[in-house]
Ligand binder design. Structure first.
Ligand SMILES: O=C(O)CCC(=O)C(=O)O
Ligand SMILES: [Fe+2]
Length: 221
């Protein structure tokens, strides 16, 4: 990547929302599908807050496919098939050509009001070129910050039931984060945060055990 900085517009420009490789698909699931997903997820075990494989994490989460330990920085255990409850989502991702083949890994994150995720780039050596996250139960703002030019900060609304797709520059050149704020503002719109559950699809890039650049500790908020 050369001359990245020269292609970036001033931070004040509204056109900055056009981050190369960023796409947001509204209403990726229906209200009925959202309720069913939440019901099924809540019937399963949430990790974090003292529960393995990431007991140190305050945010509750569920890993499917490859179970990634943030502490050990690697996939622990065997790659398992994704549970059937995700089949319709995977099918939709393939139908809409967001992925060419079924992604092998899902992380479900739960954010209580007052919880967020620190700025990070999803481990480039571990996860593939397309990251997607489905927002359930609450709107939030995802903030993108350019790695090489931190003055470039781009807040983007992730509305409830939308899918955010990160490819190319968006996936590799920008950190993404979600604040802990209970109330957020974007373009004069007030966004009141409540419990949010996100379903992130990622392809595993390499065999387990490879060192990654994941900012482990800084994710633990
Ligand atoms: O909650 C989200 O929408 C994003 C989660 C995320 O960035 C991650 O797990 O790496
Ligand atoms: Fe991420």
């Amino acid at each position: 990547m050369t001359d990245v900085a020269t292609t970036i517009e001033p931070a004040t420009s509204p056109t900055l929302r056009n981050i190369p490789g960023l796409d947001i698909i509204p209403d990726f699931v229906t209200e009925e599908e959202e309720s069913l997903l939440i019901q099924q997820l809540d019937a399963r075990n949430w990790a974090g807050r003292g529960v393995e494989p990431n007991p140190e994490m305050k945010r509750r989460h569920q890993h499917y496919g490859g179970v990634f330990s943030y502490r050990l920085r690697r996939v622990v255990g065997d790659m398992e098939q994704l549970p059937g409850m995700f089949n319709f989502l995977t099918r939709r991702l393939l139908e809409q050509k967001i992925y060419a083949s079924s992604p092998k890994s899902i992380i479900v994150n739960e954010y209580e009001a007052g919880q967020g995720i620190m700025p990070h780039v999803d481990a480039p050596k571990l996860f593939g070129p397309t990251i997607t996250a489905l927002s359930l139960l609450s709107d939030c703002i995802m903030t993108f910050q350019h790695v090489k030019d931190p003055s470039v900060v781009v807040p983007v609304l992730l509305s409830r039931r939308s899918l955010v797709v990160m490819n190319g520059s968006c996936r590799y050149d920008y950190k993404h984060s979600i604040s802990k704020d209970l109330v957020e503002y974007l373009d004069g719109q007030e966004i009141v945060r409540s419990r949010r559950v996100s379903i992130t699809y990622r392809d595993m890039q390499v065999s387990s055990g490879e060192e990654t650049e994941h900012p482990v500790e800084r994710r633990l908020q």
